[in-house]
Design a protein around this ligand. Structure first.
Ligand SMILES: [Fe+2]
Ligand SMILES: [Fe+2]
Length: 329
């Protein structure tokens, strides 16, 4: 089986008792525990498009929720390059070729994510929210400060902690997709859920990098809190700016809806976040939602890869947009 990463390096599985990794440095025999067989991580270049007619309130029935997701999107072109830079730096401290391969795939996926989010965020600014540029400046400075002042161990723990927390977010968004995305703009819903699919796919990478380069338990546990809360507070900033621009921030009913969804968010992510902060945690133990595995299996077989896989947000189920043979549904 070949790991499909842009670097072109490949992992060759052995015959059950050992596995072989080919790198630029040669062929290395690894134990099963090192490679810990998991499906390969694929870097996909999906042509999501964000034309001018997309309304930033992409879910008309859920104004506040639309801006919560928009706020998260705003952080991505700052958060994800930070994660990439941190894992690349960590790679200098890591000898394990399996982890290095994972990092290469992680960099490829996160690179696609933040570029897409940047395009979407440009649309938000052009379609009514130019003030978001100031929030972006704040985010840029915030990550520059962390990079300048904090150790690699801190930044890796932040990265592993944030990535662990996203598994809870993914489970919530995927399992409650009908409630959260039904009758919304399919282009935004499909984009958001695709990002979640790939977060599941590379769920182990930042953790493995942390374990290989640092490994201290308490710092990893702290990283769950610092990574999650920092991103939450940055995303909240963007969300508030948009709600203020819409005249909703002083509206008690709007505020109530925002609090309700925020409480739901914490209730959904808390159990997973606590688990990921415990000793002995391994993201591999977190089950992948079935919708995610269906999406990956179906996408792997489709032939029309030049077309963005759009979910039908009006079908009442928000199924994956292709069957197991890859045919569009
Ligand atoms: Fe991502
Ligand atoms: Fe990620």
């Amino acid at each position: 089986m070949v790991l499909r990463v842009s670097s072109g390096r490949g992992i060759l599985e052995g015959l059950g008792f050992a596995s072989k990794v080919w790198t630029a440095r040669g062929l290395t025999v690894l134990s099963d525990t090192l490679l810990d067989r998991f499906p390969p991580i694929e870097v996909r270049k999906i042509p999501f498009d964000f034309p001018d007619d997309i309304d930033p309130v992409w879910n008309p029935g859920h104004h506040e929720w639309s801006h919560m997701i928009n706020g998260v999107s705003l952080t991505m072109p700052y958060l994800e390059p930070f994660l990439i830079a941190t894992l690349r730096e960590a790679a200098n401290e890591i000898d394990d070729p399996a982890v290095l391969e994972e990092i290469a795939a992680f960099v490829g996926q996160e690179g696609q994510h933040f570029r897409m989010h940047r395009a979407y965020n440009e649309l938000l600014k052009a379609n009514g929210y130019p003030q978001l540029a100031e929030v972006e400046d704040f985010m840029k400075e915030s990550y520059a400060r962390i990079k300048e002042r904090r150790s690699l161990a801190f930044r890796l723990a932040y990265s592993a902690g944030f990535e662990s927390m996203t598994l809870g977010v993914t489970r919530w968004l995927v399992e409650d997709r009908v409630k959260l995305f039904a009758e919304s703009d399919a282009r935004v819903a499909s984009f958001a859920l695709w990002h979640m699919v790939e977060e599941v796919e590379h769920k182990r990478v930042a953790f493995d990098a942390y374990q290989a380069a640092v490994g201290t338990y308490w710092q990893r546990a702290l990283g769950v809190v610092t990574g999650s809360m920092h991103v939450f507070l940055l995303a909240r900033k963007g969300c508030i700016v948009m709600l203020k621009a819409d005249g909703k921030w002083r509206d008690p009913r709007s505020r109530l809806r925002l609090w309700k969804r925020t409480a739901e968010f914490f209730a959904q992510i808390l159990p997973g976040a606590v688990r990921s902060a415990l000793p002995g945690h391994d993201p591999r133990d977190e089950p992948d939602p079935e919708w995610v595995t269906q999406w990956i299996a179906g996408y792997g077989k489709r032939s029309d890869v030049d077309v963005a896989p759009l979910i039908n947000t009006f079908d009442g189920r928000l199924d994956v947009p292709f069957d197991l043979d890859g045919n569009p549904t």
